[in-house]
Design a protein around this ligand. Structure first.
Ligand code: UD1
Length: 358
């Protein structure tokens, strides 16, 4: 059997690749891991490998940060010879980052089948780089592995046949459920002087929120207001660091370096509420039953609103403030979406093997 070649490059990819690697190994399916190097700081990469027990990648492309075109092109240039050497039966790509689309493009042009984990999600906001990556990656994929029914519906509406679509559930939840007890045992809350249910958590890294000083200042103004009543812990993504340094850290906001996977889960699990523009946190808070306010005007994960604890709030400071008050007085009920059960990796490998059968 030809190996399965898996491509990961950024923080959320590592969380999704870990359970799939483990499942491939468990079933004796040969596999090869490529790290593109899109994220490279120890706090953005190594800590995820260590905590999630991911083996060192067989290939490291070491591309680093650059403009979208340059980063994508570097990944493609470096990945093409790896595909040639490995001769995979599948290239599996994850999520919606530049490493995802770059891996898919290389494989498709070499005539290697692509499987996309997290297929079918759509924000319908074409100004988001991730939306471009999602749509293009799905178009290049032979097998569309979708986390939720809305993803399947999007794919059908775009004309993909059911023979190429598999509803496998959310593989990020596999990692979450496998690690939540370990995460809760971490000393991070005590280290930061926070008590369970007695703080809010903030994360921001979308270009539309952190690259525009006016938008960033507006969000931080609303956060400062919340922080008068409730401390706000804010692990700062490197992309947002210059904007925060320029603005200054508001009183009551605890700005810390990016945290590893277990501490990120620990902080979410015990928070009274989470404010974020991350896709992964919308999903993780839904499973943890923690209220989430998404500081965007669209989401590609509507199921976290329909069934989970998420609310789409936008970036208007008054709207953020009103949503915070609402959530603090009446937290939303939580329901876990179908197939977000910790067994998505098994279904992903099932789908790959089934597609191989004549
Ligand atoms: C990327 C993904 C985004 C995902 C996010 C998770 C794309 C288009 N975006 O955004 O979808 O939600 O990862 O974190 O792929 N930097 C460092 N150290 C690092 C990595 C990045 O300092 O290890 C800084 C650099 O200044 C870099 C900037 O962060 O230019 C942005 O990094 P990049 O990987 O381009 O995008 P993210 O904003 O991290």
């Amino acid at each position: 059997m030809r190996p399965v070649l898996l491509v990961a490059g950024a923080r959320p990819n590592f969380v999704k690749v870990a359970p799939v690697l483990r499942e491939l190994d468990r079933r004796g399916v040969p596999n090869v891991l490529v790290h593109t190097g899109q994220h490279y700081d120890p706090a953005m990469s190594d800590v995820f490998f260590d905590e999630l027990g991911i083996r060192p990648p067989e290939h490291h492309l070491d591309v680093g940060s650059a403009s979208h075109a340059v980063q994508t092109a570097r990944i493609m240039e470096a990945f093409e010879p790896v595909v040639g050497r490995v001769g995979p039966g599948w290239v599996v790509v994850f999520g919606d980052v530049n490493s995802t689309v770059a891996g898919a493009l290389v494989a498709a042009k070499l005539g290697v089948r692509v499987a996309h984990v997290e297929a079918g999600l759509r924000s319908r906001d074409w100004s988001m780089p991730e939306e471009v990556n999602r749509v293009v990656t799905d178009r290049l994929s032979h097998l569309l592995l979708s986390p939720s029914a809305d993803g399947v519906a999007n794919l059908r509406a775009e004309g993909y046949g059911d023979d190429r679509i598999a509803l496998v559930g959310n593989v990020m939840v596999d990692s979450l459920l496998a690690n939540v007890d370990r995460a809760r045992a971490r000393p991070i809350l005590a280290d930061l002087g926070l008590g369970p249910d007695d703080y809010a958590m903030l994360t921001l890294h979308r270009p539309s929120n952190v690259d525009d000083p006016e938008v960033f200042a507006g969000i931080m103004g609303a956060v400062a207001k919340l922080a008068v009543d409730l401390p706000v812990v804010y692990p700062v993504h490197p992309r947002a660091r210059p904007a925060l340094d320029a603005l200054g850290v508001p009183t009551g906001v605890l700005a810390v370096e990016p945290v590893g996977y277990l501490d990120a889960i620990a902080l979410q699990a015990s928070a009274r509420l989470v404010l974020t523009d991350s896709g992964g946190l919308q999903e993780e808070t839904t499973v943890l039953g923690v209220p989430c306010l998404t500081l965007r005007t669209t989401t590609e994960r509507p199921i976290t609103i329909d069934e989970g604890t998420n609310a789409l709030v936008g970036v208007d400071p008054a709207a953020i403030d009103a949503a915070v008050r609402r959530v603090l007085t009446s937290p939303p009920p939580a329901r876990r979406p179908a197939l977000w059960d910790g067994r998505a990796a098994g279904r992903i490998v099932d789908a790959l093997l089934a597609a191989d059968r004549p």
